[in-house]
Design a protein. Structure first.
Length: 244
């Protein structure tokens, strides 16, 4: 992303629910900040691979936003999904399977409209898979590739990749498999962009050309060829918005 490209008003959340809280409750303050002055929201439920319908998933989101006086409609409720995005006050993409989500975004021709609307300042909110697709690619998702996607190129609303639900190795664990850190290091053998590991409860807030880490926990940042770095909420992470 070059400095003359300003993507405004993003809220990228690691997860929709943390232990002991209801849907989006842990992010209430930031959600209200993102949607200040808005009365409606377009929900994109495309990430659900099965087990819950688009209708039921939208109903879950609708219930959460009602208490904040935000009216929610699902993109699947419109005959023209592109028109729905173009006319939306704000967009929220929920979690699920990142591969299913990205395939559906391309199939419904929503990638470019979403990019254009966000460039013009439309609020965008994502959780989990919805946060994954805000990055440069989906190459650091934790999800299984249960469907084929024509490209890993995502919405590219930010010039880095995101690893939601980031987990640290468990001390004294006898698990001998790969850690998240190992997998991200493998990603960096073939890709240059930074990766930020968002632990549960953490989120990124981008307003204009400024970025900040929100939530109770530090985030782990990975740069190609360098040791991972820890950043606490309030630390300067502005370098993540520089072009890579």
């Amino acid at each position: 992303m070059s400095k003359n490209q300003v993507f405004e008003n993003l809220l990228l959340i690691s997860t929709s629910t943390t232990y002991g809280t209801g849907y989006l409750e842990h992010a209430e303050e930031e959600v209200k900040s993102l949607l200040a002055g808005k009365s409606s929201l377009l929900f994109i439920p495309y990430a659900r691979p099965g087990g819950i319908s688009h209708k039921d998933y939208t109903a879950k989101a609708r219930e959460a936003f009602e208490k904040w006086d935000i009216r929610v409609t699902g993109v699947h409720e419109y005959d023209d999904a592109v028109k729905a995005v173009n006319e939306a006050e704000a967009v929220f993409i929920g979690g699920g399977n990142t591969f299913v989500l990205l395939r559906n975004l391309y199939a419904n021709q929503l990638v470019k409209p979403l990019q254009e609307r966000v460039q013009k300042g439309m609020p965008y909110m994502g959780t989990s898979a919805g946060t994954n697709v805000a990055g440069k690619s989906i190459g650091t998702t934790n999800d299984m590739p249960i469907v084929h996607v024509k490209t890993f190129d995502a919405l590219q609303l930010v010039p880095f990749n995101i690893n939601p639900h980031y987990q640290d190795p468990v001390e004294d664990s006898q698990h001998m498999g790969e850690t998240r850190e190992t997998r991200i290091a493998e990603f960096h053998h073939h890709n240059r962009q930074p990766v930020i590991g968002l632990r549960e409860g953490s989120m990124l807030r981008i307003t204009g050309d400024k970025i900040s880490l929100k939530g109770p926990l530090a985030a782990r940042v990975f740069l190609q060829g360098e040791k991972p770095m820890e950043f606490k909420p309030g630390d300067d992470i502005q370098f993540l918005l520089e072009a890579y």
